[in-house]
Design a protein around this ligand. Structure first.
Ligand code: SP5
Ligand code: ZN
Length: 352
């Protein structure tokens, strides 16, 4: 049992309460709950980690990743929804989209900024599962501060630091949120590592789902390598449309994306073999620093993924990630089995 890297924390991440998510038209209980973070905090404390408070950071790095319109929308839409009085009109206090101005809807026409808040709700969002409520913006923005504070620790010489955050980020694209994610914490951390002088940065995404947002942000970037192993979207799993093995980047970023889609049911041997293949590519890229998108929803017990990774498997993954030998910022992503979150996350962190 080694000691853990420093853990960065902010109470404000607890303020996002999804309550329900609309899936196939039905409000189902949200799984990305505040208790995830409190369970993780208790687990890392019990394992002896130093927990340090996040410090505020301005929007400069956030705006390298996200369109200012998305940021402004998230900052204001909950208050606008409350003022629109949807709660008394229809009993809904969460921002829920009902129409999406997709390329197919506009079909080349010049779409206008909508007058109604319930129409605006679909402009910056791509699913019906990622609702905005009171506190969502505050929590999502705090998560970015936590990730940036973890980068600060590594920039100051720590070999690794863990950003204990929620809501997660890797499904958030430059101009759209979804998949329980609002702001892409890991992508902002990668930009921050670039900004402190690392010429090449790798993002290794071990969450059970493909990080379509992070891949999209860095798709054409030669300086940031995105590598992910995840349940095969071609087998019917979120994010469905992307995350396939033949997606390897474009333009100047050709060859700086790598995906290892895995069959549902894949356990430790297949998962770790895929991680080794990805890490060989990352080592050849020779990054100055690494961001790990640390989702632990590949756990066998997880309600959101059909992968079957054990706590020993996560410990082995931690050893492989640490063996890259690069300064590493670990940013929490998914993991929804509350009894597995702590042990699996600590198992990864102990290797550092
Ligand atoms: C960060 C992360 O792990 N996001 C996962 C988002 C996956 N969401 C897809 C959900 C598909 C339907 N799930 C049914 C559960 C209903 N509560
Ligand atoms: Zn996930």
């Amino acid at each position: 049992m080694g000691s853990l890297p420093p853990v960065v924390w902010s109470d404000t991440v607890l303020r996002h309460v999804p309550r329900t998510e609309v899936w196939v038209g039905v409000p189902t209980p949200g799984t990305e709950v505040p208790a995830r973070a409190t369970v993780l905090l208790e687990s890392v404390r019990s394992a002896g980690a130093d927990v340090v408070a996040a410090t505020p950071h301005d929007d400069d790095l956030l705006l390298r990743v996200h369109d200012a319109g998305l940021v402004e929308h998230l900052r204001t839409v909950a208050a606008d929804w409350a003022a629109g009085d949807y709660e008394s009109l229809v009993g809904q206090d969460r921002v829920v989209p009902y129409v999406f101005p997709t390329p197919g809807m506009l079909d080349g026409l010049p779409g206008r900024a909508p007058a109604a808040t319930h129409a605006r709700a679909g402009v910056w969002c791509y699913d019906t599962m990622t609702l905005v409520g009171p506190g969502t913006w505050e929590a999502a923005r705090a998560a970015v501060d936590v990730a940036l504070s973890a980068v600060d620790l590594v920039a100051a010489g720590a070999p690794a630091a863990y950003a204990l955050v929620r809501p997660p980020g890797h499904h958030a694209t430059r101009r759209a949120f979804g998949g329980s994610c609002y702001l892409n914490n890991a992508a902002v951390a990668a930009e921050a590592l670039r900004a402190v002088g690392h010429e090449r940065v790798a993002v290794v995404d071990v969450d059970a789902h493909h990080g379509n947002g992070t891949q999209a942000v860095f798709w054409q970037r030669p300086d940031v390598h995105y590598a992910s192993l995840h349940v095969d979207p071609g087998a019917g799993w979120f994010p469905h449309f992307v995350g396939f093995a033949d997606e390897t980047g474009a333009g100047a970023g050709s060859g700086t994306t790598a995906n290892e889609p895995l069959a549902p049911g894949t356990g430790d041997p297949g998962w770790l073999a895929a991680l080794r293949r990805l890490l060989d590519r990352v080592a050849a890229f020779d990054p100055g620093a690494v961001v790990v998108s640390l989702g632990v929803d590949a756990a066998g017990a997880d309600p959101e993924s059909p992968l079957d990774v054990s706590t020993d498997g996560f410990a082995a993954a931690g050893e492989l990630l640490a063996a890259l030998g690069r300064p590493t910022v670990l940013v929490h992503e998914g993991g929804y089995a509350l009894d597995r979150l702590g042990p699996d996350t600590v198992a990864v962190l102990q290797a550092f």
